[in-house]
Design a protein around this ligand. Structure first.
Ligand code: NAD
Ligand code: ZN
Length: 344
């Protein structure tokens, strides 16, 4: 199929506003780059945070195409890229890492020293909510031939971020109790990853009963609509690790209050909450607090493998590209099961 000169893209054109579907030029790959036809792209709650930012908060140039959970087929390669990539289905590692700095070299591309705030596709760089997307380097693709693009897209952030957070804290999680707050896009995958890769007792909290029902199906042992309600059902009401996928004032304080001594409060959600971190204050003796960011390529490879083996499976709701704006509205209202995935 010839590559057209223009395409539809979901672009944020102004801060504190809704995105628009616009006609934009199709980029062409330069040396080392690859052009992907986007087969599926997931909608993340982070996109809603980006849209609601005041001017000057983020160092992104607008208009910017949104979308950082991308799966697609390589349709063109630039000089120096193996032609064998053509026609292959891949999921995109979305961090725009340099590949050469100190952190990239030690497998922490998500902490690349050269990101300068414009961290990845749809997050400062052109994203994948479009018909095509330019990928800067081969190392940003994880080949996934034979899998369904719609199942792959949520792996690029929802599963990757959850897996990374769990891997970082595996020593505290193993054999302990983990409280997952927010069993939505990221949280429903975290519950599955915990079940498949750890021996933890998993407690899931969500304000939506439907999300808790899904969490139980995915392997949560205890559930509740509030942290207090959930931990009251435990033999001992304290947990070793809190994975907070909401990140609001209320969830941070309830999560912190539920921690056992030496426990870890892991803030993944960007809900705008804050708390005082100090000795002898709200957190138990020996506290750890951490705010992991997305994840390196190794976690994407791990979740692709888990999905390929049928061990994790994103709950997806597939919508057409033309319905993306309405789908974002539903995500804002919490009217989603698992992840919304957009197809062309
Ligand atoms: P989502 O909307 O799919 O899921 C959020 C879930 O939290 C929903 O099920 C909702 O019902 C539940 N919830 C909301 N308020 C709650 C509360 N007070 N108590 C309990 N449950 C509550 O969102 P998502 O796409 O899974 O993203 C979750 C968060 O993670 C967002 O803030 C997003 O920006 C952030 N995020 C962070 C990273 C990172 O690298 N740190 C990566 C991706 C997403
Ligand atoms: Zn780097």
């Amino acid at each position: 199929m010839p590559i057209p000169s223009s395409m539809r893209a979901v672009q944020l054109t102004a801060w504190e506003s809704e995105p628009e579907i616009r006609e934009v030029p199709v980029p062409r790959p330069g040396a080392g780059e690859l052009l992907l036809r986007v087969d599926a792209a997931g909608l993340c709650h982070s996109d809603l945070h980006v849209m609601s930012c005041a001017p000057g908060t983020l160092p992104y140039d607008l208009p910017m195409t949104l979308g950082h959970e991308i799966a697609g087929t390589v349709v063109e390669v630039g000089d120096g890229v193996a032609a064998s990539w053509l026609g292959r289905l891949a999921v995109v590692h979305g961090v725009w890492s340099c590949g050469t700095c100190h952190n990239c070299r030690r497998g922490q591309e998500n902490h690349c020293l050269r990101l300068e705030g414009r961290v990845g596709f749809g997050l400062g760089r052109p994203g994948g909510l479009a018909e095509y997307v330019l990928v800067p380097a081969e190392r940003q693709l994880v080949a996934a031939d034979g899998m369904a693009a719609t199942e792959l897209a949520p792996l690029a952030d929802a599963a990757l971020t959850a897996h990374h957070a769990i891997r970082l804290h595996r020593d505290a999680i193993e054999g302990g109790t983990v409280l997952v707050i927010g069993a939505g896009g990221l949280g429903h995958l975290a519950v599955q990853i915990l079940k498949q890769t750890t021996e933890a007792h998993t407690v899931a909290v969500d304000t939506r009963p439907a999300a808790l029902e899904a969490a139980r199906e995915h392997g949560a042992h205890t559930t509740g609509t509030t942290v207090a309600d959930a931990v009251d059902q435990l033999e001992s009401p304290l947990v070793d690790v809190v994975l907070d996928f909401v990140g609001a004032d209320s969830t941070l304080s309830a999560g912190g209050a539920a921690l056992a001594p030496g426990g870890r409060l892991i803030m993944v959600g960007g809900g705008g909450g804050s708390m005082t971190v100090a000795k002898g204050r709200d957190l138990p003796l020996g506290w750890h607090v951490n705010a992991p960011f997305w994840g390196p390529r190794q976690d994407l490879e791990a979740v692709v493998e888990l999905a390929r083996n049928g061990q994790i499976h994103a709950d997806i709701e597939v919508v057409r590209f033309s319905d993306t704006l309405e789908a974002y509205q539903r995500l804002r209202e919490g009217d989603v099961r698992g992840r919304i995935v957009v197809v062309p």
